[in-house]
Design a protein around this ligand. Structure first.
Ligand SMILES: Cc1cc2nc3c(=O)[nH]c(=O)nc-3n(C[C@H](O)[C@H](O)[C@H](O)COP(=O)(O)OP(=O)(O)OC[C@H]3O[C@@H](n4cnc5c(N)ncnc54)[C@H](O)[C@@H]3O)c2cc1C
Length: 267
């Protein structure tokens, strides 16, 4: 058994602006008095641009700029934080869908990955294949209650060690090391994995848009959620707050429970 001290979350990609393209668009609609704020993340500028495009509210009405302004709008909300704050309160969250974050979750169990992939809307997944990857060495994270008690921890370690030996024994019985045909090896590896524990540490790459991440953070860090996914969800929440303080301005963590909650629950 290879001990996993904690599931790990890596931010590996995020949405960025193509400034030339956005500037060209703004020029072509009449150069409104709006440009992306250099002090604000690309993602949050993009959210604001999406909203202002919808309502032609790049600036207050100017008859000289008919494609950028409209006579219904005599005053516009200034500043990215205030703009997105209003979007969240109004639950116009669809514009948050333009911004994606991609994470790799390393050393998470199949308990976590299975719960995660239930989130379908706005999400993309690539999961380590346990048909391809042999399981001779079982990475495993011990839940808190298993670490708190010596006898329980021993039971966990014994069972995982036994299941590890089952993997190598099956490999020996089928002479998998000497097989050349990859399809046969894949077939056998897939058979062996049926006897691997659900708590086996694995890796998944997950992309989601900010609207989806808000939903996932809310329900997967709540007290009712599963222990390990709460740890993962909490790391994701901290990264989202760091990267997009305006889009997550209404999200707070409860120091006692660890839950991340939103003032505007469903945007
Ligand atoms: C504490 C907890 C316990 C759970 N226990 C169980 C369990 O025992 N058994 C079980 O099977 N699952 C269980 N689940 C999983 C849960 O039922 C959902 O499948 C999972 O959380 C995915 O969330 P979602 O449905 O919001 O999907 P997402 O894909 O994240 O969807 C986001 C939102 O989009 C909307 N949406 C998505 N799909 C549709 C649709 N087809 N039609 C209309 N609107 C849609 C909904 O508003 C939804 O909330 C549990 C989840 C939690 C958090």
């Amino acid at each position: 058994m290879r001990d996993i001290p904690s599931p790990a979350v890596y931010l590996v990609a995020k949405t960025s602006l193509v400034h030339d393209g956005l500037n060209a668009y703004l020029r072509d609609i009449g150069s409104p008095d709006w440009t992306p704020d250099a002090a604000v993340s690309d993602g949050e500028n993009l959210i604001e641009a999406a909203g202002r495009m919808c309502y032609r509210s790049w600036q207050a009405y100017d008859p000289e700029k008919p494609e950028a302004t409209n006579p219904n709008v005599r005053r516009v909300r200034e500043g990215n934080e205030a703009y997105i704050g209003n979007v969240l309160r109004q639950a116009h969250g669809s514009i948050l869908e333009h911004v994606n974050l991609t994470f790799i979750f390393r050393g998470v169990s199949r308990v976590v990955t299975h719960e995660l992939v239930r989130h379908r809307v706005g999400m993309a997944y690539s999961q380590e294949s346990l048909r391809y990857v042999r399981l001779d060495d079982l990475p495993f994270w011990l839940p808190e209650a298993a670490r708190d008690d010596d006898a329980v921890e021993r039971k966990f370690r014994d069972v995982v060690a036994f299941l590890e030996s089952v993997q190598t024994d099956l490999g020996t019985l089928f002479g998998i090391e000497d097989l050349k045909d990859f399809t046969t090896k894949k077939h056998l590896t897939s058979m062996f994995r049926r006897l691997a524990p659900m708590g086996i540490g694995t890796t998944i790459m997950v992309t989601g848009n900010l609207r989806s991440w808000r939903h996932i953070i809310a329900i997967r860090t709540a007290g009712a959620a599963e222990e390990e996914i709460r740890i993962v969800g909490s790391q994701v929440a901290a990264i989202c707050k760091r990267e997009y303080p305006h889009a997550f301005q209404d999200m707070e963590q409860d120091d006692e429970t660890g839950e991340w909650t939103f003032a505007n629950m469903k945007v």
